[in-house]
Write a protein that binds this ligand. Structure first.
Ligand code: NAD
Length: 273
């Protein structure tokens, strides 16, 4: 992936996905999880944590690369399965295929993590092409809907859906207008879905990350934002993907049986980028 002009490796520390730090304790033993965007950044940390908690995984991501193979190796080292499904989730048929593949491999789905996203920055509304606007919605919103719709019939009571929202869900950064609009919608979708699926015993929640060091940041944010990334939050730094994984584990844990329809903010003390 390209870095934005001016961004350097010094500005963007290597993401820590918890390979060394996350130790599981069997919270998700025997569960099957679909994680979109599970090859990179936050999704990758969630994949590693879920495998260490005992889950088998289907990891859906855009295109075949070394990252996905590395995640698969970590998951298999735990004695868990990782089915890799590259492909463009902006295509509804691909979303349905992802779910069908999980059912074919594992027979059921216990956890669906809708996490893949597209983001781009613009200084003015006139710069946002129709195609860019539609792509942002196709990946961030429509894929979440198609995956959820296809997965629910295969989810038993006790299953969980977790959607990745953002600090931008409540506090839109204007340079992220299209992205922030979708992130607001993810929260509303999650709240409505939780009510709709309650009678089936399926929980739906969101995680709203603050500034997190992932490949998304240097590849999409302007130089000054990258330079100051995370400096405004009380902890004084951006978070690492590994520091989010516990929120996704908590929301997937069957013991969190009364937690539904909420958003867990993981923002370093204050929802402000
Ligand atoms: P990332 O770039 O590391 O990961 C994005 C993932 O989305 C990749 O795995 C990519 O393969 C996948 N993806 C993108 N387009 C796709 C498509 N068309 N089809 C299939 N997969 C596609 O970024 P990240 O920061 O880990 O982002 C993960 C989630 O966290 C996103 O929902 C993002 O909006 C959210 N988030 C990130 C931050 C942050 O500061 N990094 C803050 C708030 C929210």
């Amino acid at each position: 992936r390209q870095q934005m002009p001016g961004a350097t490796d010094q500005m963007t520390p290597r993401p820590d996905h918890g390979e060394r730090s996350y130790k599981g304790s069997g919270k998700l033993t025997g569960k099957v999880a679909i994680i979109t965007g599970g090859d990179s950044g936050i999704g990758r940390a969630v994949a590693i944590a879920y495998a260490r908690e005992g889950a088998d995984l289907l990891i859906a991501y855009l295109s075949e690369d070394e990252d996905a193979q590395q995640v698969k190796a970590v998951v298999e080292a735990e004695g868990r399965k990782a089915v890799l499904v590259p492909g463009d989730l902006s295509r509804p048929d691909h979303c349905r295929n992802v779910v069908a593949r999980a059912v074919e491999e594992f027979g059921a789905i216990d956890i669906l993590v809708n996490n893949a996203a597209h983001q781009a920055t613009f200084q003015d509304i006139g710069e946002i092409s129709d195609e860019e606007w539609q792509t942002t919605f196709a990946i961030n919103i429509h894929a979440m809907f198609y995956l959820t719709k296809a997965a629910v019939p295969h989810m038993k009571p006790g299953s969980a859906i977790i959607n990745t929202a953002s600090v931008n869900s409540d506090m839109p950064n204007p340079i992220l207008l299209a992205y922030a609009t979708t992130k607001g919608a993810i929260q509303n979708f999650t709240g409505g879905l939780a009510q709709m699926l309650a009678s089936k015993g399926i929980r739906a929640n969101a995680v709203a990350p603050g500034p997190i060091w992932t490949p998304l940041i240097p590849s999409t944010m302007p130089e000054d934002s990258v330079k100051n990334f995370g400096k405004q939050v009380p902890l004084g730094r951006a978070g690492q993907p590994a520091e989010l994984a516990t929120a996704y584990v908590m929301l997937a844990d069957p013991l969190s049986s009364y937690t539904s329809g909420t958003t867990v903010a993981v923002t370093g003390g204050k929802p402000f980028i």
